[in-house]
Ligand binder design. Structure first.
Ligand code: 13P
Length: 249
């Protein structure tokens, strides 16, 4: 089955209104490539409103959400607030949140379900540590993580994506071999089909971790790589757009 690639930028804790011109440049290029590749930017919560106003129709997302609809949760934001600010998607379960905010699989699943229920597209992140990769248990660990974090409902189709992000590849310049990425993505595809039946074929599996203009084409050529979740190289249009173009060809 052919799945149009999705290249999403994760700006993490970078970006203020001074960066709106970068967002405009990225959205303009995405418009030119419409129909060949899907592009999105997940910016800090404080920037969502201004970014979505600056680039109407271009998908702007958040990087996390609370799984409940409202309540006494100081500092958190819920799906309705993301919608209200102009977001159309959200990342859940990024390893930086699983680690620093002690988010467990079950919690990540509740966040994914809340996002999907509200009509946001969801990118669910999974990935192994260096120790798990070295011990030869990367596929086993990530498959288990995916099984436990997968939303039980609403996940089929292009509104739900999985991002495989090996923790040791994030921000390090190191990436797994082509064979290792292929092995992992094929294992994750099997898990998606086990969970959702034939609908599991429509879920995009993105690769994330040190994706750059120099390695993007090679990564996108791997079977079952349906796009990328890009950190550092998504902050500047001049780095991000060559990656988007590689996905469009
Ligand atoms: P880098 O592209 O900076 O390695 O970050 C990857 C990532 O964590 C995206 O979510």
């Amino acid at each position: 089955m052919t799945r149009r690639k999705l290249v999403a930028g994760n700006w993490k804790m970078h970006g203020t209104s001074a960066d709106l011109d970068e967002i405009r440049a990225i959205a303009d290029a995405a418009e030119r490539l419409k129909g060949r590749v899907d592009v999105a930017l997940c910016v800090p919560a404080t920037l969502i409103h201004r970014a979505s106003d600056a680039v109407p129709g271009f998908p702007i997302g958040g990087q996390d959400l609370h799984h409940q609809e409202k309540g006494a949760h100081t500092g958190d934001i819920c799906a309705a607030m993301l919608h209200d600010a102009g977001a159309s998607l959200v990342i859940v379960g990024h390893s930086e949140r699983r680690d620093a905010h002690r988010e467990e699989d079950e919690h990540v699943r509740a966040k994914a379900e809340s996002g999907l229920r509200s009509g946001l597209s969801v990118i669910l992140c999974v990935g192994e540590s260096d120790a798990d990769r070295s011990a030869g248990r990367a596929v086993e660990v990530v498959s288990r993580q995916l099984d436990a974090s997968l939303p039980r409902e609403g996940a089929a189709g292009s509104n739900f994506s999985v991002a495989y992000e090996p923790i040791w590849a994030i921000g390090t310049g190191k990436i797994p071999s082509t064979a290792e990425i292929a092995e992992m993505h094929s294992a994750l595809r099997e898990r998606l089909i086990a969970a959702y039946g034939a609908e599991g074929q429509s879920v995009r599996i993105l690769y994330g971790g040190s994706v750059k203009p120099s390695n993007a084409s090679e990564i996108f050529a791997i079977d079952d790589v349906d796009g990328a979740l890009v950190g550092g190289a998504s902050l500047k249009a001049s780095d991000f757009l060559p990656i988007v173009e590689a996905a469009a060809t």
